[in-house]
Design a protein around this ligand. Structure first.
Ligand code: NAD
Ligand code: WQD
Length: 346
């Protein structure tokens, strides 16, 4: 009996990787395997995926910076037809404090997985990029044609370099089809509330800080600045539901598998196209949860851009992708996930 075609997901135990595995299981008939060394996640993710989908996913606990280990554990797998590469470190402040950690982890792992694709003749590749590549853009909304400035942080630089590496590799391997996806601010959790964002360390991003403040893990949160030139003085971001991000990967995969792509490297912004201020996000949370949030207005956070949001027309047109969830639904699912964690930790 021939084995089913397989999609390899790197970083499958993480926030977006796990949600994408769920969508792969729900929306396709591919077999799915994961590679994750649990550097920012835990094996519990796979129990959560199983409780939602009924499927047990095999994870290879490999550091992708270790090519020998990749060869040793994965070279016998002959049925992989595509790779979705999520594995990376993602904290901007941590990357400023320890740049080499980020250059090493994010670049070496990408070199190794591309080498693996070359050696195994795996022709389809999706890369997780980020809106951080746009830095402090004067042009809003940012489009895929917006010229990228010098990166603002080592993390953003690893994403610019990563995109360039995938482009260069695709250029010299005409059978290799890649999609670069620039995510804006992924938030929210699965509708089941059984899986969601759960970094190993304390979160620095807005939505987990809101939900942790609401349950009292964080006593009081700060709004970082209210004197920006925006409609209420707080920063504007393009929050996008993690399930919409996950679904876009299925569309991107089908796009290259069905040979709909016009060139062998494609690039798409993944956002809702709508900017939301920090205060609007907080008010949305208060409305859907009924909880009055303990927050105060604080100083600006160093390195923050006042406003960034996407032009998402290209992804809509080419990938036939449409984000489904609004800010209230993003907040509601994040809140239900936090409540689930509270129950679990009782
Ligand atoms: P995450 O930290 O939850 O998931 C990343 C996973 O990769 C983790 O499970 C981690 O253990 C694993 N990993 C990291 N380095 C590895 C290595 N060397 N070998 C094997 N496994 C390794 O992060 P996420 O939010 O799911 O992000 C996924 C991708 O999306 C990343 O590339 C990130 O840079 C990018 N991205 C994330 C956001 C966001 O706000 N979450 C926004 C834009 C882009
Ligand atoms: C959002 C807004 C904060 C916490 C990060 C990465 C970027 C990309 C997306 C990976 C900002 C404000 C936050 C708090 C606050 N990720 N805030 N109080 O900085 O837009 O982008 O995620 O690729 O690279 O930098 O996201 O969630 O940290 O902040 O007021 O306690 O919330 O100042 O305006 P950010 P964030």
């Amino acid at each position: 009996m021939t084995k089913p075609a397989t999609i390899l997901v790197t970083g499958g135990a993480g926030y977006i990787g796990s949600q994408t595995i769920i969508e792969l299981i729900k929306q396709t008939s591919y077999s799915v395997i994961s590679v994750d060394n649990y550097s920012n996640s835990s094996e519990k993710t796979f129990d959560r995926i199983e409780s939602i989908t009924g499927k047990k996913i095999k994870n290879y606990e490999i550091d992708l910076c270790n090519k020998e280990e990749i060869n040793h554990q994965l070279s016998g797998l002959t049925e992989i037809i595509g790779v979705i590469h999520f594995a990376a470190f993602k904290s901007v402040p941590e990357s400023v404090a320890d740049s080499l950690l980020y250059y090493h982890n994010n670049i070496a792992s990408l070199v190794n997985i591309l080498k693996f694709c070359k050696e195994k003749n795996i022709p389809n590749f999706i890369f997780s990029s980020s809106c951080s590549v746009y830095g402090n853009s004067d042009e809003l909304p940012v489009t895929e044609k917006t010229v990228l400035p010098k990166a603002e942080s080592p993390y953003a630089h690893t994403k610019q370099i990563g995109e360039d590496m995938v482009r260069a590799f695709s250029k010299s391997n005409s059978n290799f089809n890649s999609v670069l996806l620039r995510y804006f601010n992924p938030v929210g959790a699965d509708q089941s509330a059984l899986i969601g964002e759960l970094p190993l360390g304390p979160p620095s991003s807005l939505v987990p800080i809101i939900t942790r403040t609401a349950v009292g893990i964080i006593e009081q949160m700060q709004v970082h600045g209210s004197d920006y030139n925006t409609r209420d003085g707080s920063c504007i971001r393009d929050y996008i539901h993690v399930s919409d991000i996950a679904s876009a990967h299925i569309n991107a995969l089908n796009y290259i598998l069905d040979k709909k792509n016009k060139t062998n490297v494609s690039l798409f912004n993944l956002g809702t196209g709508k900017g939301i201020t920090v205060l609007e996000a907080i008010h949305s949370f208060e409305k859907i949860s009924g909880v009055k949030l303990n927050y105060k207005i604080g100083a600006r956070r160093s390195g923050d851009v006042a406003a960034i949001y996407s032009d998402n027309h290209l992804a809509k047109q080419e990938l036939k992708w449409e984000p489904k969830f609004n800010i209230n639904e993003m907040m509601l699912t994040a809140w239900k996930w936090q409540l689930h964690l509270q129950e679990e930790n009782k």
